[in-house]
Design a protein around this ligand. Structure first.
Ligand SMILES: [Zn+2]
Length: 381
């Protein structure tokens, strides 16, 4: 089946094999004449990136690239990116990559028109209204993985290089004007990254679906997102060239991030500090802590997980869903627990203190306290 689709929700999305060829048209549609492609160091020399630059060059838009981006982009990467953008007189950004390229690209486009420091736009209350929204440059996003969903997100995660704390920088105009989801860009992903990013998409759907806030639209998107992961993640994992599976995983990733406007929960609240302290893969860490979090939340989410199980075609209600998660993890070779991930259980107090302060904690269906979070962490080893 060859999937080609144009969606306008939550933004303009051009979905389908080979659509990277429309990159220059997408830039022009947003008024760009001199875009800056922003990606990470690892992706910069790769064929998919060079091919994207060629599309821009052939259309007379130049082939400018900024790739001084760390795996967890920080404010230094951001300053360098803004400087590159301004020095060469660019008028828009192509945010290209996995989470880091997408997040930094979006943030450069945003900060190019601001005078305040980036930390003034952390996702707290109405801080985003401090921004000069006329100064925000247009953004085309091109995901090269299928997991973070940052291509349809209204925020970027920027790590403070001094404190190592990850901050969410938010503005509604972070949402790219056009997204190009070309599954061929994800074909070369290693198995481990396919598994980790895919489980991140699943975690976004599961946590959005489980969070207690009222948002029925998000609920529906999250449910179908989980179904797509169930059907297509094992296929994409076992055969990376399966374009139908890759396409549907790109859709699931975008759906997860669309859904989690409703909230995330303890999977992410635990995973963020583990990633910050031990530099583990975000999606893989989510997959590792997922079963203990499901057990922890069980009494609050049993009814809705039963409905999800029925929709996904899983027998046995909550227990059936739980067993499904375990079998999916096993199929993707996810480590059994944090110990198997190579982490010692000697910093639980510190990790727990960070987890309850994490922005995701508020969306968990069971309120996280220092005491119960320590217990939850202990269960993850
Ligand atoms: Zn995530």
């Amino acid at each position: 089946m060859n999937i080609v689709a144009n969606w306008s929700y939550p933004t303009a999305i051009k979905m389908g094999r080979g659509r990277i060829k429309e990159l220059a048209d997408a830039c022009k549609s947003l008024g760009m004449r001199k875009p800056l492609l922003i990606t990470d160091r690892g992706l910069a020399p790769m064929q998919i990136t060079q091919a994207a630059l060629e599309v821009l060059e052939e259309a007379g838009l130049g082939r400018a690239i900024f790739a001084d981006v760390d795996p967890n982009p920080n404010e230094k990467n951001l300053e360098a990116g803004i400087k590159a953008y301004k020095d060469s007189g660019h008028d828009g950004v192509v945010a290209f990559g996995g989470g880091s390229g997408l997040d930094l690209g979006k943030c450069v486009a945003f900060m190019a028109g601001q005078t305040r420091p980036v930390w003034d736009f952390e996702d707290i209350g109405d801080w985003w209204t401090r921004a000069n929204s006329d100064g925000i440059a247009p953004i085309v996003a091109v995901p090269t993985t299928a997991g973070t969903g940052s291509e349809v997100g209204r925020a970027s995660v920027i790590t403070n290089s001094v404190t190592h704390v990850k901050k969410i920088i938010f503005h509604p105009k972070f949402l790219p004007g056009v997204v190009i989801c070309d599954p061929e860009l994800t074909v070369g992903m290693p198995k481990m990254i396919t598994a980790g990013t895919g489980m991140d998409a699943f975690a976004h759907c599961l946590e959005a679906y489980s969070s207690p806030f009222y948002h029925p639209m998000s609920q529906g998107i999250a449910l179908e997102g989980m179904r797509l992961v169930r059907e297509f993640l094992p296929r994409a994992y076992h055969d990376g060239t399966d374009i139908e599976a890759r396409t549907n995983m790109m859709a699931a990733a975008a759906m997860g991030a669309t859904a989690f406007q409703k909230g995330l929960g303890a999977i992410h609240a635990l995973s963020h500090p583990i990633g910050a302290v031990y530099n583990t893969h975000h999606g893989m860490t989510n997959a590792v802590v997922m079963p203990p979090v499901l057990r922890f939340n069980r009494h609050a989410i049993e009814d809705r997980i039963e409905r999800a199980a029925a929709y996904l075609g899983i027998a046995g209600g909550f227990d059936g869903f739980y067993d499904y998660v375990l079998s999916l993890r096993a199929e993707l070779h996810v480590p059994e627990n944090l110990t198997a991930m190579g982490i010692a259980n000697d910093r639980i107090d510190e990790l727990s203190a960070m987890a309850i302060e994490d922005p995701s904690a508020g969306g968990n269906p069971v309120k996280l306290t220092l005491e119960n979070t320590k217990q939850l962490f202990a269960d993850c080893f």
